[in-house]
Design a binder for this molecule. Structure first.
Ligand code: UD1
Length: 430
């Protein structure tokens, strides 16, 4: 049994008020933690969110022999000194996609790695062929069976290589950036992903002495050079742009005057552009964005969206944005281009009263505005889980959201923070 959220909906009223602060990015923190394996001494990370996935990644590192302490957003990691268990603990890895990033540093350090097929949100097939091909190019052989994969370097080390990614992949780009630090020679990643979390990882590696260039462009070059050292410096995790974007969408729907703080507006341009087009008044500051700054209540206008690799519209904000579109005037198409199973949650929205037509697994048509009614909901994955919290907040009546583990995986104390701005949300422990 898992905890549930009970939410009393605002029935379309705009009553939320106040400031809500954004945590450090899950999708950055997990990779920074994985990268600690290519450091020779203690690593100190700040602004690390206290969430399930971070705790599980800490367990995976501990399984490898790392010593970890974590308190009030600061994580200290002492990398394993002479670890000899190059395995990603299967029971944990099966729950979390980001575990696959550990393959890079483990293989680079120990010359071998074994792991199960990585789990995570059920939003599509999520294959790992790009990883296998990349390791092959860097001089490693892989075998797989029902239990998972085993990869071994042909020589003592990985060797630098030119790797063209068939698709832009966030975790593959990160995995090979980290692995290349310990590889012999130069690695060039082509058609690399450009997400801000990758830039954060690069900053961390560079602070430790790595030679990485081209991050933020599709061609990233890494000169291998051996273990890194922070020499007492700390690294602060970049803000979570997905959490920030979800709060902005909630504020656009139910806010009277809400300020989302501790974010980086430059990471949110595709969303702020879409919200502005939809008629949401925003006031963009240096590290915060205020929604409805003059207290005006706008009529939301429908906007079609198409998910895209960064800097395009993030697939991780597709579900929250769809909630907004159910309340906007007109008809919008939502085109999910990255994952093939990422629109299934819309069935539940239809149950709440939304007018949504599934055209094919990648496209839906949303007609609005349609008032939503509170319902029993099952959080299907992390991002759609938070989208359901938004839907329940604007709906009429009470909603109960089950499977809250899927929300806790990605968002720290979400109910406490949402309550502060006026969301009527309670956690019922299992
Ligand atoms: C990361 C994020 C996730 C986000 C996604 C897209 C983490 C932990 N997760 O996931 O929140 O939704 O980026 O922004 O950072 N693909 C292959 N073969 C591979 C690898 C990927 O075909 O070996 C495909 C995927 O199925 C998908 C596309 O490439 O269609 C992009 O996926 P990718 O960027 O790898 O997503 P993740 O890194 O898993």
């Amino acid at each position: 049994m898992q905890d549930t959220f009970v939410i009393e909906g605002l029935a379309g009223k705009r009553t939320l008020k106040g400031a809500i602060a954004v945590s450090g990015a899950k999708n950055a923190a997990l990779k920074l933690m994985a990268a600690s394996l290519v450091f020779r001494d203690r690593v100190v990370l700040k602004n690390v969110p206290d969430i399930e996935d971070v705790r599980r990644m800490a367990d995976l590192l501990a399984h490898l022999g790392a010593k970890i302490s974590f308190s009030r957003g600061t994580m200290e990691i002492m990398p394993p000194q002479n670890g000899n268990l190059p395995e990603i603990a299967p029971d944990i890895a099966k729950r979390m996609r980001a575990s696959v990033v550990l393959t890079g540093p483990i293989l680079a350090r120990y010359g071998k790695v074994s792991f199960p097929h990585p789990g995570g949100c059920v939003i599509g097939a999520r294959p790992i062929d790009i990883f296998i091909k990349g390791f092959d190019a860097m001089g490693a052989r892989s075998v797989s069976d029902a239990k998972g994969y085993r990869i071994v370097t042909r020589g003592a080390h990985l060797v630098g290589a030119e790797i063209f990614f068939r698709k832009q992949s966030v975790t593959a780009t990160e995995t090979f950036m980290i692995a290349a630090v310990l590889a012999k020679g130069t690695t060039v990643l082509k058609n690399a992903a450009m997400e801000p979390e990758i830039e954060d990882l690069a900053k961390f590696l560079i602070a430790g002495g790595a030679r990485v260039s081209g991050v933020g462009t599709p061609t990233v070059t890494i000169h291998g050079g051996g273990f890194l050292s922070m020499r007492g410096k700390t690294h602060t995790t970049t803000p979570d742009r997905i959490e920030a974007g979800s709060f902005l969408i909630l504020a656009a729907l139910a806010g009277q005057d809400v300020e989302v703080t501790r974010l980086n507006p430059a990471h949110l341009e595709s969303l702020t552009a879409a919200l502005t087009e939809a008629g949401v008044p925003l006031s963009v500051g240096k590290t915060s964005i205020r929604v409805h700054p003059k207290g005006k209540v706008p009529k939301l206008i429908s906007q079609s969206i198409q998910t895209h690799e960064y800097p395009g519209f993030p697939t991780d904000l597709q579900a929250p944005m769809t909630i907004l579109l159910t309340q906007a005037h007109g008809e919008a198409m939502v085109f999910e281009t990255i994952f093939e199973g990422r629109l299934n949650y819309t069935e539940s929205l239809k149950g709440m009263g939304a007018d949504i037509t599934m055209m094919d697994p990648h496209r839906i048509l949303v007609k609005g505005p349609e008032p939503l009614k509170g319902r029993n909901l099952e959080s299907p994955d992390l991002r759609a889980g938070l989208a359901f919290v938004i839907a329940a907040t604007i709906a009429k009546g009470r909603s109960v959201i089950h499977n809250v583990y899927n929300i806790d995986r990605g968002y720290e104390n979400i109910e406490g923070r949402l309550r502060k701005i006026g969301v009527k949300i309670e956690r019922i422990p299992a």
